[in-house]
Design a protein around this ligand. Structure first.
Ligand code: ZN
Length: 86
């Protein structure tokens, strides 16, 4: 794949993504761009900040872009391939 193909590929896959459905309230695996901020009392754009590097994964913190309140954390688990030795 040449670098020139990359933007087109991204645009295509974005087009294939179904439009944002209404939020159900639960963030299963949120790489969210908006989270509810209790201080701003509304969904806000967030900043992702690497907080800790844990053995089970990297812990990220989501900060409100406006008041920098922590609105959520997430652990990006590093799925290590399980080596199956037969
Ligand atoms: Zn806020």
């Amino acid at each position: 794949m040449t670098p020139n193909n990359l933007p087109r590929f991204i645009r295509q896959s974005a087009a294939n993504t179904p439009p944002k459905t209404e939020q159900t309230g639960m963030y299963k695996d949120f790489d969210a761009t908006e989270l509810y901020c209790s201080k701003c009392k509304r969904p806000v754009p967030v900043r992702k900040r690497l907080l800790l590097v844990l053995p089970e994964g990297d812990k990220y913190e989501y900060l409100c872009a406006f008041c920098l309140e922590t609105v959520g954390t997430k652990i990006d688990r590093q799925v290590k391939p399980v080596s199956v030795i037969i």
